[in-house]
Design a protein around this ligand. Sequence first.
Ligand SMILES: Cc1ncc(COP(=O)(O)O)c(C=O)c1O
Length: 247
Amino acid sequence: MPDYKYSTLAVHAGQYPDPLTGAVNVPVYLSSTFELTGIGTDKGWDYSRAGNPTRDRLEEALAALEGGTSGHAFASGMAAIYALVATLHTGDHVICSHNVYGGTQRLFNLVVRNYSIAIEYVDTGDLKAVEAAIKPNTKLIHIETPTNPIMSLTDIAAVSEIAHAHGVEVSVDNTFMSPVLQSPLGLGADIVMHSTTKFLNGHSDGLGGAQGAVSAGAEGGGRNSFALRVLPGAARHQDAAAAHEGA
Ligand SMILES: Cc1ncc(COP(=O)(O)O)c(C=O)c1O
């Protein structure tokens, strides 16, 4: 992608004519399955949960808009958050902003804790409290800034610096700011996520979630492609098209 200004990037990211037909808008490929070209070979897609050309374009756009090198589109914001924690292990410890979106808290408290993954809610606006909460088994600090609905703020750069000094990854729920107003990866976070249902889509006509990782080699990127393949949370092609149009 050329070095566009942000507004130009928003128009062009993932938007180019369809190589097959020349269609200038991203076609919605309503196909669950793709013909193989031989045994073990295909034209880039085999099954839409693992990858769909329409979803790919949204993922490209999200990665470009967030300044990451990989993007992953999920069926909802909750699916994206679930994927974030689904590949953690029993005994791991997660620090989470203390007044994150209620659905995130329900997922963490009622589901994730059942896998003996410890979730500790901390006022992540208080950097001393963040550092004091880090344990040898802390794997992730999940920040929402501003939080929904109280609008508490966290200094993403400062928390990322503390986390990385302890070998801990940082994920940021950027739903309320959108990549236009806040760039968590640019501030040092490892993973950024969204409910694209909200501002990224902007038209209230689709449900979706997304994650972008800071680099293709970052654990988050690999983990998310794995999560899309094995977990029940990949974005539907129609929702991906709607979110892409909004983004
Ligand atoms: C900040 C935030 N994160 C995540 C979610 C969950 O997203 P979804 O409703 O798309 O599953 C929401 C939904 O309101 C939200 O506000």
